[in-house]
Design a protein around this ligand. Structure first.
Ligand code: HEC
Length: 199
């Protein structure tokens, strides 16, 4: 108490040891580990600032996301371009002659198309696909495109967003095999007369 009073009056030089209200304060040096943590955080902050905000190549999560998204879009564009380019009159004819692809195409047709075209394609809401008449174009590629983009005004949706690309190709090729099969009780012809596909 006396020391504190003396200090408050400024009559004694500052002491290493201070006592006030019965609390004795020591002037111990900070432990080395503590100082190292302090120095470490300063170094870390400097390095962090350099790496992310100045010259370093560190990327923020937004930059990382943008980079990954751009890469995804580029890859997707490449795949879509390859799939689009792979569809041709020849590739559809080859599919139409491929038993496995036609089993798949028929399964897709029964599941997704039969409600409007019936199971054997004779037509109901949608046109008869088994006669020699076609509304949109004449070729297998025309059939593929109609299925792909749909005829939304007439009630047929675009199937590209619904079906996997190879299912889309298989079902279009399958529809092309129905032409000229002229199943019984078919819906009356609609569209232009078209030539049967050669086998
Ligand atoms: C909701 C009913 C509906 C469903 C389901 C449907 N279609 Fe259609 N489809 C139609 C209608 C209606 C048309 C006629 C469009 C027109 O008049 O231009 C049509 C037209 C077509 C044509 C063109 C025929 C032509 O003469 O040019 C093809 C090919 C076809 N559909 C295939 C399919 C395939 C394959 C599926 C299944 C993946 C399918 N459709 C599912 C209603 C449907």
């Amino acid at each position: 108490m006396s020391t504190a009073n003396a200090n408050e009056l400024g009559t004694e030089p500052p002491h290493d040891d201070q006592e006030y209200d019965g609390i004795h304060e020591l002037d111990n040096p900070q432990p080395t580990w503590f100082k190292l943590i302090m120095v470490g955080t300063v170094i870390f902050a400097g390095a962090y600032w350099y790496w992310y905000h100045w010259g370093g190549s560190g990327k923020s999560i937004h930059q990382t996301y943008d980079a990954e998204y751009a890469e995804y879009r580029a890859r997707r564009a490449t795949i879509e371009a390859a799939e689009g380019a792979a569809i041709s009159e020849e590739s559809l004819a080859a599919l139409a002659a491929d038993g496995g692809a036609m089993t798949r195409g028929k399964a897709v047709f029964v599941q997704s198309c039969a409600s409007c075209h019936t199971e054997n394609g004779r037509g109901l809401v949608g046109p008869n696909l088994t006669d020699d008449f076609q509304i949109h174009g004449a070729t297998r590629s025309d059939i593929y495109n109609t299925v792909k983009v749909g005829v939304p005004d007439k009630g047929m949706i675009s199937w590209a967003p619904v079906l996997a690309p190879n299912d889309l190709a298989a079902v279009a090729a399958y529809v092309s095999t129905l032409r000229h099969t002229n199943v019984a009780e078919g819906k009356p012809p609609q569209g232009e007369k078209v030539a049967p596909f050669g086998k």
